[in-house]
Each structure stands twice: as structure tokens, then as C-alpha cells.
Design a protein around this ligand. Structure first.
Ligand code: SF4
Length: 476
């Protein structure tokens, strides 16, 4: 089959992208099916958390007979419980009754700042500098990988209510990462031969048309960047708008762009963000996977584990199994991050491990490329390998899958078991130790500094900030 063939009937699938926001959602035919309470929650909470969905998500992914418990409804529609009761009541009063725009804006900003808009470290610790000036739209956390945020890719086909990139969408300009063009990226990469991977992320870069996307990707194929082996694109469009790869008017051009990158000898890896098995049940979503892998690109599947949305191990097993059958590669199950309405979505690490274990045991070896549950924390990606008892002490066994200091990777370490802990900063070292090995002097001495003119990422006098986390691909 060539990549341009389309054997699946897509007659019932919306062909033209139609978004819905707070301003327009009441025009959707499904709006009248929501109770007044649910409608109110959307109108109120969407002042804080960005709200955007689209016709495809509404028509094909949400099962309206299960609302509000349908996982994709919870994934894309704001809920009352995503704010503490007091904040919800105060905002409701301002939005619905006082209609005071200035006071609403003040309260919204207050709530957003409380929500840890950039898990600390993103704005300050990973931004490369040249001559002491920050390079806009770039992050360089791990030696071999640079993240690039093209400005035209800083939105998505729909917004996830748990999203940790949400400041990108709500006009918090001082919290935004983006770059209008890739000249600085190319110059930076040309002087950093250790970098092998570029992750183009957002938002969702696949929101761009093919011509714009090519403007960011093609310069990476230049001979002076021969050390760039892997070009990754973080995207949720495979789930929220698979038409991007199948039936959009420039979908075929996109496939040719992918082929060009592969033909240039690079590995093009789409980091597909799939939250739930339903996202791979529609014919067009399956067709999108086939067309992507048909170009020679790879498609990896990753997503956070989120309470109310994907707690069922069977859903993960179905997702991975279907993905493998179509040619995709299960990659990560993440732990939900410390940002946004985290109390609503977070699951204890112990429970996350149980869910991962149960899902893993349901699939064949081909799906066991998946890793997790993994926390994208400040020092690196930490995976919970298991729960063990050593000398009568119940412990979490952990290791770094990726780390600021490459020497930390795959070095096992242990934390005291804590049934309630939801993030790395809640854990205490095992065996009576005061600090984890990556928190002490050893960590300070060996903290990784990307080569070249990048400033140190952790000033020597600064204590380890356990709440800080970053660099997990978004839709990416
Ligand atoms: S960046 Fe990713 S997680 Fe955030 S709203 Fe977009 S698709 Fe969802």
C-alpha cells in the first residue's frame, strides 16, 4: 500500500476542522445535552483553564451517554471540581453575577499563579544562553536533546484539562516559550555537536500547515547538522485531529515532508500523545498511524496516567496492543505533573505502579517497550520499578531513565514506601539516609552542564528544588 492510498471509508468523519471554545460551545448540538450545572462549570472554570475542543472530538471520541464520566469529556471539558470550592464560588460570583471583568482577571491570575504554571525550572534552569542572553523558544536539559517551541505551534486542536503547557495558551506571555523562526536553533545546534536529538514541541507543532512545518524541519537537514540524528515531533493531533495525516488538504504534502526527512538519513519520530484506547478506535485514527509509519517515520505512544481518565489498566493494554498492530511503539506512561488542577487528576505513585504493572501483564512482549510510571522531575525522568521489602523495610525501587547528569541513568535507588505520595518530592530516602544520592554534594559537583556557552543549570548554592519538574514532552 502506498501512503497516499486511503482504503478506509471516512464518510462519517468531520472533514473540516471546527473548534469550539467558551464563546462558541453553546452552538454545538451536544451542548443542550449537558445539565445546567455542567454548563455552568464550563463557563466558569474555562476562565482559568483554557478550553478548546473540536467537532471530531465531540462527535467521535466522547460517548455522551456517559457524560460527565466519559474519559474524553473529562479530558477536554472543564469541571467544577478542578478548582477548590472556595475559588469556584468566588469566580462564579464574579463571572455570572457581578460580571466584573477587571476583578475576574485579577482572581483568574491569582488562581493560575497558585497552580504552578511552569513546574519550576522550565523558565530558569533549562534555557540555553548565548553571551548571557536567553535563546527564546529553546530548552536544553539533557546533553543530547534540545527542545524547540515554534511560535506557530503553540496551540492544539483541543486542550487537555490536565495540560502542563497551559500557560502557552492563555496569554501569560511572560510564561511562554516560543520562537518565530529557527535561525537561533540552527546556530545553537551547529556549535553543539553532542546534541543528537531535536524535539519540536508545543502546544502541538502539527497545528501548523505543512509549509510552515517544513520551514522549521528542513533547515535541520543541512550538512553542518549531520550530528542531528533524530528529529522528534510531539503531537496530540494523532488523537484529536487525525485528519491532519489523512484528509487535510496538505496531508499528502505532509507525508512527502516526512519521507524527505527519512530520505535524508534522519530518524523522524512522532511522539504521539494518546490518553485512552478510544482515541485509536476510529478508522481515521488508525489510518493516520498507517500513513505515518508508511513514510518510514516512527510513531511512539506516550501519555500521563490521570485519575478520572485512564485509570483502567485494560484501556492502556488495548491502546498499546492496537498501536503495535498498526505499527506504533508504546513508549511512556508518565505520572501526572505538579501543575494545573493536579489535586483533581493526581494518583498516588503506589497506585500508578499497580496500574502500570496490571496493564503490562496483559500485553505481549512487543508492547513491553513501554516504560513507566515515570516522573519527569527536576533531576530527570525517574521510573518506579517496583515495591520491594529489604531488611523488613517496605520500599519503592526507582531509577533514572534520563538525568541531568548522565552518570545517574539506570542507577537504582530506594525510597521509603509511602501509599499517599504522588511525586518525587514526597518521597524520603530509604535506609535512614537524609538525602537521595542526586541531592547531595555529589549532585552539585557533577551537575550536568551542556557543553559550550550554556550557563549552569543549578547554581551551586541553591538547594535542590524537589518540586521542580520539566521537559516532559507535551502533546507533545
Ligand atoms: S500541549 Fe498536549 S497536553 Fe497540552 S493541551 Fe495540547 S495536546 Fe493537550
Amino acid at each position: 500500500m502506498t501512503i497516499l492510498e486511503n482504503p478506509v471509508s471516512l464518510d462519517a468523519t468531520p472533514a473540516k476542522f471546527k473548534p469550539y471554545t467558551r464563546q462558541s460551545i453553546s452552538t454545538a448540538r451536544q451542548w443542550q445535552w449537558l445539565s445546567p450545572e455542567l454548563q455552568e462549570a464550563v463557563q466558569v472554570v474555562s476562565h482559568v483553564l483554557p478550553f478548546r475542543t473540536n467537532e471530531y472530538v465531540m462527535e467521535q471520541l466522547i460517548d455522551w451517554s456517559r457524560v460527565p464520566d466519559d474519559p474524553i469529556y473529562r479530558l477536554t471539558f472543564p469541571h467544577r471540581d478542578m478548582l477548590p470550592a472556595q475559588e469556584y464560588a468566588a469566580l462564579r460570583e464574579l463571572v455570572l453575577y457581578k460580571k466584573d471583568d477587571a476583578a475576574t482577571a485579577r482572581l483568574v491570575r491569582e488562581i493560575r499563579m497558585r497552580m504552578n504554571p511552569h513546574p519550576a525550572g522550565q523558565m530558569t534552569h533549562n534555557v540555553p544562553r548565548v553571551n548571557d542572553a536567553p535563546l527564546k523558544g529553546l530548552q536544553h536539559k539533557y546533553k543530547e536533546t534540545v527542545l524547540f517551541f515554534p511560535s506557530a505551534g503553540q496551540t492544539c486542536h483541543a486542550y487537555c484539562t490536565f495540560c502542563f503547557r497551559w500557560p502557552q495558551f492563555v496569554g501569560m506571555d511572560e510564561m511562554k516559550f516560543d520562537a518565530r523562526e529557527c535561525t537561533e536553533l540552527v546556530s545553537y545546534l551547529a556549535t553543539h555537536p553532542d546534541v543528537t536529538d531535536v524535539l519540536i514541541t508545543g502546544g502541538d507543532p502539527m497545528i501548523m500547515n505543512t509549509r510552515s512545518l517544513a520551514g522549521f524541519i528542513e533547515p535541520l537537514l543541512a550538512p553542518e547538522l549531520a550530528h542531528i540524528q533524530n528529529i522528534r515531533i510531539g503531537t496530540k493531533s494523532v488523537a484529536y485531529w487525525p485528519q491532519r495525516f489523512v484528509s487535510d488538504k496538505d496531508a499528502d504534502d505532509l507525508m512527502r515532508l516526512f519521507e524527505k526527512v527519512v530520505g535524508a538519513g534522519k530518524n523522524l519520530a512522532l511522539m504521539g500523545h494518546y490518553n485512552h484506547a478510544v482515541e485509536l478506535r476510529s478508522p481515521i485514527a488508525r489510518q493516520a498511524v498507517k500513513r505515518i509509519v508508511g513514510t518510514g517515520a516512527t510513531l511512539r505512544m506516550q501519555a500521563p496516567l490521570i485519575r478520572h481518565i485512564n485509570e483502567d489498566p485494560a484501556s492502556w493494554a488495548e491502546l498499546w496492543t492496537t498501536g503495535v498492530r498498526l505499527g506504533a511503539i508504546p513508549y511512556y506512561m508518565f505520572v501526572e505533573r505538579d501543575t494545573g488542577p493536579r489535586d483533581y487528576f493526581a494518583l498516588p505513585l503506589a497506585r500508578a505502579h499497580e496500574i502500570f504493572q496490571a496493564a503490562y501483564s496483559m500485553v505481549s512482549g512487543l508492547s513491553r517497550t513501554v516504560r513507566g510510571p515515570s516522573m519527569s522531575a527536576f533531576p530527570g525522568k525517574v521510573v518506579i520499578d517496583g515495591v520491594v521489602t529489604i531488611n523488613g523495610e517496605k520500599l519503592f525501587a526507582l531509577q533514572f531513565l534520563q538525568a541531568r547528569n548522565p552518570d545517574w541513568v539506570r542507577r537504582p535507588f530506594f525510597a521509603r514506601y509511602d501509599a499517599e505520595a504522588t511525586w518525587l518530592d514526597h518521597l524520603k530516602p530509604a535506609f535512614g539516609r537524609k538525602r537521595f544520592f542526586f541531592e547531595g554534594d555529589e549532585a552539585q559537583d557533577h551537575d550536568h552542564v551542556p557543553p559550550g556557552r550554556v550557563i549552569p543549570i543549578l547554581p551551586a548554592a541553591q538547594p535542590f528544588d524537589r518540586r521542580a519538574s520539566d521537559s516532559q514532552p507535551s502533546a507533545a
